[in-house]
Design a protein around this ligand. Structure first.
Ligand code: GCO
Ligand code: MG
Length: 402
């Protein structure tokens, strides 16, 4: 089999998505996601200008060789744009392999290791009472694991909180908006939130929380310690992770489990975190971490150190990544949990898919390949719209991590 054609589709059914379609001489095609929130057009151009010309004529079954060719062959390594582009190719090729062999992709990755994928939902509210209502709503929907975020007294708005009645969507149309941030106000508030959640809902629910890279290591150590009585499933991205040994300080101060990695794009971003056992869950996911070929190696390495996966699954990862993640989660041994932030109905219509949710668990479906398609004529009705993630400033105006 040979790759005969490939092209990028950009669509915005509520938010922007970059999708790569690869076609072959046997009439089988595959899809890969290359969406990088707020930087979509760079991945599209990287694919169109530099990657697609290099893969035409190659055998789509040679996923390892093509991955190495695109990674080593560029000379310039890693980085979110490069790795998202490589991921788009890699995932599309595994989709083709599955379709050609008439089997779901999970069978090519090790077969079924479990019957269902534990997913966590997002509950949020402008204050603790509204957050509690949203937890109740998600519990009612069947979720067994729920991430809880709430507005912080003294701050106008913050990460993870819907601005209006609609759902929370991190990217906003136009140029970046500016939010204000105070770690002091945040730290005063979070343990009160979780004390109430446990009081109302008891011990059974798995609870998660995202610090979204805003604390220093010692502040994160303090927060983790304060949250210990509430037995969180994890505390996410407590501090930026460029300095991997920062996590040593957190680990030395708390037994609250730690998840990190949604902005990672290579195992080298997590190498020290894993081999020193400073983290419990790796969030680097297929679209930003180079696809199945690289993530399988990263997950196997993590397994040796008792680190499990907890893939990023926000709305900016397209249904192609959601499908791919569910195949991966089904097959690997050290799966931990999968994030689920449901897409809008418009997005689901543009990407018809086989995966489904029931009683707190998801399954990828048994269609050959990934079990997700792109309705290109519907996609054409939603042209790209510029949208960015917000930026954060401390109360004195200093720019800080969002
Ligand atoms: C999460 C993430 C997202 C990111 C978003 C950025 O845990 O789901 O933190 O909400 O902010 O994916 O593009
Ligand atoms: Mg996060």
């Amino acid at each position: 089999m040979k790759i005969t054609n490939a092209y990028v589709n950009i669509t915005s059914p509520g938010r922007n998505f970059v999708t790569l379609k690869i076609e072959t001489d046997e009439g089988i095609h595959g899809l890969g996601d290359g969406t990088l929130n707020g930087r979509e057009l760079s991945v599209a151009s990287y694919l169109t200008e530099h990657v697609i010309p290099c893969i035409i004529g190659r055998d789509p079954f040679q996923t390892e060789d093509i991955w190495q060719y695109l990674y080593r062959g560029a000379y310039w390594r890693r980085g979110p744009v490069t790795m998202a582009a490589i991921a788009a190719v890699d995932v599309a090729l595994w989709d083709i392999k599955g379709k050609a062999l008439n089997t779901p992709v999970y069978n090519l990755l090790g077969g079924k290791s479990r019957e269902g994928i534990l997913v966590y939902a997002h509950a949020n509210g402008k204050d603790i009472d509204h957050a509690l209502e949203d937890v109740a709503r998600h519990k009612e929907m069947g979720f067994k694991a729920i991430r809880v975020q709430s507005g912080i007294p003294g701050l106008a708005t913050t990460y993870g909180i819907s601005k209006g009645p609609g759902r929370y969507e991190p990217a906003e149309r136009g140029l970046p908006s500016e939010y204000e941030w105070s770690s002091e106000l945040y730290l005063r508030h979070v343990s009160k939130l979780f004390a109430q959640v446990r009081e109302v809902f008891g011990d059974e629910l798995h609870l998660l929380h995202d610090c979204h890279h805003r604390l220093t290591p010692i502040e994160a150590g303090r927060l983790g310690k304060e949250l210990e009585p509430f037995h969180l499933f994890w505390m996410e991205d407590p501090t930026p992770a460029e300095l991997q040994e920062g996590y040593k300080i957190i680990r030395e101060h708390t037994t609250t489990p730690i998840a990190v990695g949604e902005v990672f794009n290579s195992i080298w971003d997590a190498h020290d975190l894993i081999r020193n056992q400073w983290i419990d869950y790796l969030r680097m996911t297929l679209v930003h971490g180079g696809g199945f070929t690289h993530l399988k190696k990263a997950a196997d390495f993590a397994d040796l150190y008792h680190v499990r996966t907890g893939f990023h699954g926000a709305t900016d990862l397209s249904p192609v990544t959601m499908a791919a993640a569910l195949h991966f989660d089904t097959a690997i041994h050290n799966f931990g949990i999968q994030e689920l932030m449901p897409h809008t109905d418009e997005t689901d219509a543009v990407f018809p898919h086989q995966y489904s949710f029931k009683d707190g668990l998801m399954v990828p479906g048994d269609a050959p390949g990934l079990g997700v398609e792109l309705d290109e004529s519907l996609a054409a009705k939603y042209p790209y719209q510029r949208a960015y993630l917000p930026v954060n400033r401390k109360l004195d105006g200093t720019l800080t991590d969002w």
